[in-house]
Design a protein around this ligand. Structure first.
Ligand SMILES: NC(=O)c1ccc[n+]([C@@H]2O[C@H](COP(=O)([O-])OP(=O)(O)OC[C@H]3O[C@@H](n4cnc5c(N)ncnc54)[C@H](O)[C@@H]3O)[C@@H](O)[C@H]2O)c1
Length: 335
């Protein structure tokens, strides 16, 4: 595939790895990112530096809210595919700073929908989140389950983008896939996420906060598996015809719109995860047990069989292998 791909959030964790994958496959990639300082800007600069080594990479520093700039870039580049990964992420930060979520996630996604429909791209892929399943108790989570009970403002904005995207898909026959990511981790990861914060604190000999006494689990998905799934999905755009509908499909009956989970499909209990970190970092962890945090969900687990049926997606990295790769990168990067 030698397509032209426009990626928002290309200096972010998932955006960077996604851009790199497409560049490695010989595609032209246009990266767009505000380079905001939500976390260590040097990490974003390092990712960007790697991407800038590719001749087929173009970059614009810009904010999604700047509609004119966004439109100019897309119309100049003429992409077949837009992968929208720019967002204000993080559950906890959304409690204290909801405005940035409204602006980046709602207004930002709205502008992406406008430009994608005006330009008539072949496929718009949008990053959503497992957090939209909120207080659901039926595990594993399936795309056709109801998702009416988000418990954080972040999750509510992600759920809202799914509705906004569905309406644009229906109105303008815009092929849209919403990808619900499940706890993505790996090299060049996000410093606000638990595995990253734990590693930093453990190495510094500091106590780590463990919420709900560790009684929760997550479906940890290694970044290479995520990127592989996105890559395979690019040419599998949803259609208006239900002829291609597969078992338990989330395909909309009125729009070329589909929602897909992308996870590793395994439960990893928090305490097992921490004990494993203790073992590989070879440091006794000082633990601070705390009650459940506001906005957090107890557990997540994906059923990713729909993505598998559609693309052959098959996550290969178990969390022990993936975390070792993350630690190797971390020690090298921060030494
Ligand atoms: N990492 C995960 O575990 C995870 C899980 C679920 C969902 N997601 C979703 O995946 C996507 C990518 O997440 P990530 O982990 O790479 O996050 P990230 O914060 O590393 O990347 C997001 C990038 O978007 C940029 N950005 C933010 N607001 C912007 C704006 N208004 N205009 C232009 N650029 C802007 C940031 O500068 C950043 O580089 C997001 O939609 C996120 O909600 C991630």
């Amino acid at each position: 595939m030698k397509s032209k791909i426009f990626i928002s959030g290309s200096s972010g964790f998932i955006g960077f790895h996604t851009a790199k994958k497409f560049l490695d496959k010989g595609c032209k990639v246009y990266g767009f990112d505000s380079m905001n300082n939500y976390y260590d800007i040097n990490l974003k600069k390092s990712r960007l530096k790697i991407l800038k080594k590719y001749k087929k990479f173009i970059f614009t520093k810009g904010s999604l809210e700047n509609e004119k700039k966004l439109f100019d870039c897309v119309f100049k580049f003429k992409p077949q595919i837009i992968i929208h990964l720019a967002a204000q992420a993080g559950v906890r930060y959304s409690i204290k700073n909801p405005n940035t979520y409204l602006s980046s996630n709602i207004l930002g996604t709205f502008n992406i929908l406008k430009v994608a429909s005006k330009f008539k791209v072949k496929h718009l892929i949008i990053g959503s989140s497992s957090s939209v399943y909120g207080a659901n108790k039926k595990f594993p989570f399936k795309e056709i389950d109801k998702t009416d009970h988000q418990v954080s403002f972040y999750a509510a904005t992600k759920k809202s983008t799914e509705s906004l995207a569905h309406s644009y898909s229906a109105l303008w026959k815009l092929p849209v896939t919403m990808l619900r990511f499940f706890t993505v981790y790996g090299p060049y990861g996000r410093p606000d996420m638990a595995y990253f914060k734990f590693t930093k604190k453990i190495l510094a000999g500091q106590k780590i906060d463990i919420y709900n006494k560790g009684r929760m689990y997550r479906d940890y998905t290694y970044i290479d598996d995520i990127v592989d799934g996105i890559y395979k999905l690019t040419n599998r755009f949803p259609t208006l015809s239900l002829k291609n509908k597969v078992k338990n499909d989330s395909l909309s009956p009125v729009a070329p719109f589909r929602i897909l989970n992308i996870g590793n499909t395994k439960k990893i209990y928090l305490l097992d995860f921490i004990n494993f970190l203790e073992k590989i970092l070879n440091k006794k962890i000082r633990r601070n047990y705390l009650p459940m945090q506001q906005g957090d969900v107890h557990s997540t687990l994906s059923d990713s069989s729909l993505l598998k049926r559609i693309t052959g997606y098959n996550p290969k990295t178990n969390y022990k292998t993936g975390i070792k790769k993350f630690i190797d990168w971390y020690l090298n990067f921060y030494n």
